[in-house]
Each structure stands twice: as C-alpha cells, then as structure tokens.
Design a protein around this ligand. Sequence first.
Ligand code: T46
Length: 138
Amino acid sequence: MQYKIIHIKTKRTEQEGTLSFFENNRDIPFDIQRFYYIYGAQEKTKRGGHAHKKLKQMLFCPYGQILIELYNGTEKTEYLLDDPAKGLILEPGIWRNMIWEKKDSVLCVAASELYDEEDYIRDYDEYLNYLKYTHVKG
Ligand code: T46
C-alpha cells in the first residue's frame, strides 16, 4: 500500500457542528512526530514537487478543496481532498503535487518524522533514478 484514503472518525451533531479525530497507530499506521499546516494560498496554487525517502504522512483538508497528484514511478493518481473526514495516507517514495482548487483551503499534515531536508527528493530526474535503485513497496 503506497497511498490510501481513510475515513477519519467523526462525531456529528445537528446544531453544534462536527468533531473529527484520529489517534496514533489506532487510526493511522505510524506514530506522529510532527504536525504542520498550510493556509492562505490562492486558488490554483501548486505546491509540492517532491518525494520523501522515509517519511510517512497523513494529509487532510479541514476547510476547502485541494487536489493531490501522486506519482509512484509507474502510475499517476489523483485524490480530491474535499471533505474534512477524508485522510490520505502516503507512504515514502511517492512524488506529490498539491493544487489549491479553492482559495484559502487548509492542508493539514500529520507526519511520522521530525523535519529533515535530507529526506526530500526535490528533483524529478533524481527521483526516477532513486526509484531504479530502491525497492518501494507496492
Ligand atoms: C509534503 C507536503 C504535503 C520546515 O522548516 N519544517 C517543516 O516541518 C516543513 C514541512 C517545511 N519546512 C520548510 C522547508 C521549506 O523551506 O518550509 C519551507 C516550505 O516547505 P516545502 O516547500 O517543502 O512545502 P510544500 O508545501 O511543497 O511541501 C510540504 C512538506 O514540506 C512536504 O513534506 O509532503 O507539504
């Protein structure tokens, strides 16, 4: 499994809104070491353009709509994060782009490791080369 959508547990009320939650190892398949979020982006903003060697992540969009483009060296896949209860689990070795379909959408990410720039592959040719010499689990 390199990527999959999960349903984030959610408690809905008629009048008082909705509460969603996830827990280490129960709901997502790693320990969370870091949390970050991206906000204030214009419509059509494109971010990403990289892969990770070790990092596992869960992406979700609590507000707005963000398209996630994924490439694993052989196939391209897209997921639209358009529901706060949708989580996208990403394993290492996947090239990703994030495209803001709506201004001010918020992207939240729970991550398995502390920030380490050495974990990034930011050059696409380097990524293709990395895949040749690395076995990424399908
Ligand atoms: C990812 C996607 C979904 C830090 O200093 N600490 C951090 O924890 C993070 C995440 C980033 N940074 C620095 C690194 C850059 O100087 O913040 C700057 C912007 O990061 P970047 O251009 O990598 O941002 P995105 O939106 O392209 O990618 C981010 C994450 O970096 C990445 O891990 O998978 O969101």
